[in-house]
Ligand binder design. Structure first.
Ligand SMILES: O=C[C@H](O)[C@H](O)[C@H](O)COP(=O)(O)O
Length: 308
């Protein structure tokens, strides 16, 4: 009993001490513990949807993600993500579509809206996931799950992005899902990007400071790291896991190098090709000439659209 009390008090001081940003990465069970003891109103951010699903029923009941959104104070960035996602799904998804489902936090709002429309309008939509997370979202929302073996041609893919430049070149893979995302996008007639205003840049690197994610075969990460640094400059850092000792392992069993590139102007198409030619590189998070349209949710609740 004394120990339980100590844990609760510990959790309380932890919440007080950590910034909102750090708190975003706590698991849903932690949010629930926090809510249960009546302390901070900490949102369950969308990436946590997965955790909510696998945690206990009491967690499900308590976690604010499962409460109606009206009862949850949405930060302006989350509201912007949602606005962009809803608009994209409303404008681009049509009955009988085969749809690529991207990964990340913004796509959660797109899938929620998709599920609403499927139900309300009795749509028939086949969904192809770009990650484990996307697959879980599709299943969780009772949508039709498919794959590229059964549906190698997609009408549209909707996905998020870490940064979008003036030519709609993207950095993707902040959540480690770049390879399947690029494959699915390459099979779609249109790639529609949904993101918030913070991703809108003139040049890549202006807003997103974590570099270009590069998926590599594990045994090759050191040679790839060295070749990138020698040939292109900058630093290629092995992405380390947060709640596991060692590196992040992707859905494909590979590692991720984050290439912090030197500040200069780039021809991203040739840079992407150079990186891809290094033996051991599986894929890069540079999406060049792939985007059809971007929906940016703005801080004032509006949605800005850009297409090439
Ligand atoms: O690996 C992750 C994906 O590329 C995401 O689409 C990207 O990181 C954007 O995610 P979010 O919508 O959470 O900003």
């Amino acid at each position: 009993m004394a120990m339980a009390k100590a844990t609760v008090v510990g959790a309380y001081s932890l919440v007080g001490a950590v910034s909102r940003r750090v708190a975003r990465y706590l698991h849903a069970s932690d949010y629930c513990a926090i809510r249960a003891i009546g302390t901070a109103r900490v949102r369950c951010v969308s990436r946590c949807a997965l955790w909510c699903q696998v945690k206990t029923q009491s967690c499900k009941n308590l976690c604010s993600h499962h409460l109606s959104h009206s009862s949850v104070e949405m930060g302006s960035v989350d509201a912007a993500k949602k606005a962009a996602a809803v608009k994209a799904v409303d404008e681009y998804v049509k009955n009988n579509f085969v749809l690529g489902i991207g990964s990340g936090s913004t796509i959660v709002y797109a899938v929620e809206r998709l599920a609403e429309r499927v139900k309300l309008e009795n749509l028939s939509i086949v969904c192809v996931p770009t990650s484990f997370q996307a697959r879980q979202l599709i299943i969780q929302h009772n949508l039709i799950l498919s794959d590229l073996e059964r549906n190698p041609k997609l009408d549209c893919a909707i996905d998020g992005a870490d940064e979008v430049d003036a030519k709609l070149t993207l950095i993707k893979g902040g959540g480690g899902c770049l390879t399947q995302e690029k494959i699915v996008a390459s099979c779609a007639k249109q790639l529609i990007i949904v993101c918030d205003f913070m991703k809108d840049s003139k040049a890549l690197g202006e807003k997103y400071k974590k570099g270009v994610p590069i998926e590599v075969i594990p045994m090759a990460f050191v040679p790839v790291q060295r070749k990138i640094e020698e040939d292109l400059g900058g630093k290629a850092e092995l992405r380390m896991a947060k709640q596991k000792a060692g590196p992040v392992v992707t859905d494909n069993g590979n590692f991720i190098l984050d290439w912090i590139f030197p500040e200069k102007s780039y021809d991203w198409e040739s840079t992407n090709t150079k990186i891809k030619m290094i033996p051991g590189v599986v894929e890069t998070g540079l999406f060049v000439n792939m985007t059809h349209k971007v929906f940016y949710g703005m801080a004032d609740g509006s949605v800005k659209e850009k297409s090439v």
